[in-house]
Design a protein around this ligand. Structure first.
Ligand SMILES: Cc1ncc(COP(=O)(O)O)c(C=O)c1O
Length: 383
């Protein structure tokens, strides 16, 4: 490997949310990585920093071109420049879309278990969460299309938020599934927002399906949120894009982003995104290999040492979904027990809609991962 993902980097003193933990604790929760980003990205940021003047920034053509080329080459999907809007982040964009496209007390549909922040955004904006739980059989999550159609047909449902690939279960939605969602959503006048922030973090031999590629209806009626921040570990840079083909839908979202002052890039947002998409491909592919090996290490460790904890098979993201239901303990209590007995800090599945499950972030050097797994074993043995 050209890049050293085994290297442990001390993150103390960087105001890291993830590492804001007690001495000796090991955080494997919030979705950022313990790897330094691609060297080309750091170089681009340093070059910009060395200029020394950090006034207001515009969006140059190269920002659009970087996204367009990356999606065309990596994901065989063509965006047009006018379809892309800048936003400081995917979460702020989703919040804006909820406000722009729904009224108070309208329903926003989600498929649980799903990224817990979706619930918060819907509730904080005064809308109701309409949950259409995924089915779960033999470690496989799927959509219950009868239930989905009923939920979409509810006249209060105006927006559906999809995680593609799906956080936390790591599922890549198939073209047929996405097309079917798009078909039903259009029939019932519901806009679909596909959050594709994890799309570049698929297993080495796997490709995600962009929502817009699945059918013309999906493209016409959809909103897609994308960003280099998950794949290249740039969450703190605050840089993302939203793609909307339909002009009137786009105007509504643009207005809300602008009202909330989210459409202006900071001094590093453009440089980081351009460097990632133009020069980060090789680094990303090595990262995906490393993450895949980490995933296999977890699968093997659980099988050999903690057989009661089942790893839900995943094809994407560095977030693993652990089925701990056989332990017969709620996930809040379990998370607290693991943390207090061993210092390992995992994410409680309950706020995702997955009580009895834990989410494990494996984006760290293998030595840290193995340390985390040993702690997990110790905590489970103590139960
Ligand atoms: C599905 C999903 N969407 C959005 C985000 C965060 O997006 P941003 O940092 O751009 O607001 C995350 C972070 O974990 C995520 O998992």
């Amino acid at each position: 490997m050209k890049f050293d993902f085994d290297k442990v980097t001390d993150r103390s003193g960087t105001n890291s949310v993830k590492w804001n933990v007690r001495s000796g604790e090991l955080p494997m929760w919030v979705a950022d990585m313990d790897f330094v980003t691609a060297p080309a990205i750091t170089e681009a940021i340093v070059k910009r920093a060395q200029h020394g003047i950090f006034g207001y920034s515009t969006l140059p053509d190269e920002w659009y071109t970087a996204y367009i080329n990356w999606w065309e080459k990596r994901h065989a999907l063509r965006f047009e420049k006018q379809e892309l809007l800048f936003s400081t982040g995917v979460i702020p964009t989703i919040s804006c879309c909820i406000r722009a496209l729904t009224e108070e007390n309208d329903k926003v549909l989600i498929l649980s278990p799903v990224y817990y922040v979706f619930y918060k955004l819907i509730k904080q904006n005064g809308r109701s969460v309409l949950d259409c739980p995924l089915t779960y059989h033999d470690g496989q999550y799927d959509i219950d299309f009868d239930a989905l159609e009923k939920a979409l047909a509810d006249e209060k449902t105006k927006l559906m938020i999809l995680s593609n690939p799906h956080n936390p279960v790591g599922k890549i939605w198939s073209k047929d599934t996405l097309a079917q969602i798009g078909e039903l959503a259009e029939e019932h006048g519901v806009t679909v927002l596909s959050d594709e922030i994890h799309c570049d973090l698929t297993d080495p031999d796997k490709e995600y399906v962009p929502y817009f590629s699945s059918s013309q209806k999906c493209a016409d009626n959809g909103i897609v949120c994308i960003s280099p921040t998950k794949a290249f570990n740039l969450a703190g840079i605050k840089t993302s894009a939203v793609v909307i083909k339909d002009a009137s839908l786009r105007a509504k979202v643009r207005r809300e982003l602008s009202l909330n002052i989210l459409s202006e890039p900071n001094a590093f947002a453009v440089q980081a995104a351009v460097a990632a998409f133009e020069q980060g491909g090789e680094w990303l592919d090595e990262l995906r290999e490393y993450l895949f090996e980490n995933k296999q290490a977890v699968a093997q460790f659980l099988e050999n040492n903690i057989p009661k904890v089942r790893l839900v098979p995943s094809e994407a993201t560095y977030l693993l979904w652990l089925d701990c239901t056989a332990l017969g303990i709620g996930s809040k209590e379990l998370t607290e027990h693991i943390r207090s007995s061993t210092g390992l800090f995992l994410t409680d599945g309950e706020p995702f809609g997955g009580d009895g499950f834990l989410r494990l972030n494996i984006a760290c050097p293998r030595i840290m991962l193995m340390n985390g797994l040993e702690r997990l074993k110790k905590a489970i043995d103590l139960l």
